[in-house]
Design a protein around this ligand. Structure first.
Ligand code: UDP
Length: 432
């Protein structure tokens, strides 16, 4: 296939398949980011191929999303779900598959944009072998993550070394918030080039439904107080803090309080342990009757859930960016987030929501009370939240910033190549 006139970029996301269902097992923000960045770049004139690992023999090798944007799945390791901490050993196979694929193409890729540390390793190999620039987005930093968990995985040493090498050597690292950039500098390395380009959201998709209509669709009464969580079931997401906070403030809202915890797979999947743990805490606290687990929510249904809620809570222990935050804000719903990472960038305390120290159920309960007991203020926060997302976090804006960065790096590379050509010609003339 020839893609006339279009510059070609390869987005690499080894473990985060941009074409699969989001919200279950390990599929979350990275999958959404890669998919929407890819589609938005294609609308802006790029030919975008997104590369990922095949996790089942039933999956198609190629998924065409839009005329100039597709997902390509390589076999690297077994064709089944493998937790991300166990994927490293299959990466050389992924690199080999990419090189073979590229050989069959008429036009070479001009730039690689890798996502997460596993893909940064793949990207560094390819960038060196193919002599093309590499941009990298971490999505999560080992150096920060390992501070917030008690069991450090065996892969940690390798991950930390790869993340350091990546920051110090790739052409540009993209931090999605000033807080992430600060973490890179203080915990990973003082060297390397970093640009800040945030994550985005679909502002035309999130924010089109009014609260009354959304509640009618979901069968929620107008006078109920609805607290919403959306995301993966993972201990780092801090769902326990939310559940305990809701239990604390329950008495002040009588029986009209409702907690919806959206996300997660069916029993038997890798996130099942955390879901069972949370369900057990809910039962132990005696809030089963007001707590609902609707399971994985599709992006078609999510605008209705966000709009129906009085407040969306993102209680993560660590959050590099947090797409759920800007999705809820785009729907005019204020967010109570942990005072960490990207949430300090997206949520403006007292203007678009509130921040509370991570793991602090008392502080979360106080924040919930403040918003739930003041409906007018809640609406003001929600309106300001929507405005902030419109101004700062559309995918179109994000992709155009990335596109400019790619163009600049490709141009730099071409200049370097032409100056190398010129100097080898003049050397040849001298020796002649
Ligand atoms: N998500 C979803 N359905 C669910 C749960 C989550 O579509 O049931 C999506 C959510 O809308 C968001 C992404 O998964 O786009 C989660 O991204 P975030 O950055 O908040 O968290 P991560 O998963 O990257 O830690």
């Amino acid at each position: 296939m020839v893609f006339s006139g279009r510059k070609r970029v390869a987005l690499i996301s080894v473990h985060g398949d941009p074409a699969i269902e989001i919200g279950k097992e390990e599929a979350g923000g990275q999958n959404v980011y890669v998919r929407h960045v890819g589609e938005a770049l294609a609308l802006q004139g790029w030919q975008v191929d997104m590369f990922t690992r095949r996790t089942s023999p039933e999956q198609s090798a190629v998924v065409q999303h839009t005329p100039h944007c597709r997902t390509i799945r390589f076999t690297a390791g077994p064709q089944r779900f493998v937790p991300r901490d166990e994927i490293f050993e299959f990466l050389p196979e992924f690199v080999q598959a990419f090189l073979e694929f590229q050989q069959q193409q008429e036009t070479p890729y001009q730039l690689i944009h890798s996502n997460y540390w596993l893909s940064s390793w793949v990207g560094m190999e390819l960038s060196r072998k193919l002599a093309i620039p590499q941009v990298h987005t971490y999505h999560s930093l080992g150096a920060v993550k390992y501070k917030s968990i008690s069991t450090i995985p065996l892969i940690a040493k390798t991950r930390l070394a790869v993340e350091k090498k990546c920051l110090e050597t790739v052409d540009r690292v993209v931090a999605t918030s000033p807080q992430e950039q600060e973490h890179m500098r203080s915990l990973v390395s003082a060297h390397g080039k970093v640009d800040i380009i945030p994550c985005g959201t679909r502002i035309d998709h999130f924010g089109t439904i009014a609260q009354a209509e959304a509640r009618h669709t979901l069968g929620i009464k107008p006078d109920e107080k609805v607290v919403l969580y959306v995301g993966r079931f993972d201990p780092r997401k801090g769902i326990e803090t939310l559940v305990r906070a809701v239990h604390r403030c329950q008495a002040r809202h009588t029986e009209s309080l409702r907690l919806i915890i959206g996300g997660g797979s069916r029993p038997g999947y890798s996130d099942g342990d955390e879901r069972e743990r949370i369900e057990a805490i809910v039962a132990e606290l005696g809030i089963t009757a007001i707590t609902h687990f609707p399971g994985r929510l599709s992006h078609e249904d999510l605008p209705t859930y966000y709009a129906a809620a009085d407040v969306c809570v993102v209680p993560s222990h660590y959050e590099p960016f947090g797409l759920v935050t800007i999705e809820a804000m785009a729907c005019g719903t204020p967010v109570i987030g942990s005072d960490v990472g990207g949430l300090q960038f997206t949520v403006v305390p007292e203007e678009t929501g509130l921040l509370a120290p991570p793991k602090d159920e008392v502080a979360f309960a106080t924040a919930l009370d403040r918003i739930l007991l003041n409906p007018d203020w809640r609406n003001q926060l929600g309106q300001a939240a929507r405005q902030r997302v419109e101004t700062m976090f559309s995918w179109h804006g994000v992709a155009s910033q990335l596109g400019h960065l790619y163009e600049a790096l490709i141009e730099e590379q071409q200049l370097q190549e032409s100056s190398v050509d010129a100097s080898s010609k003049s050397l040849a003339q001298v020796s002649a």
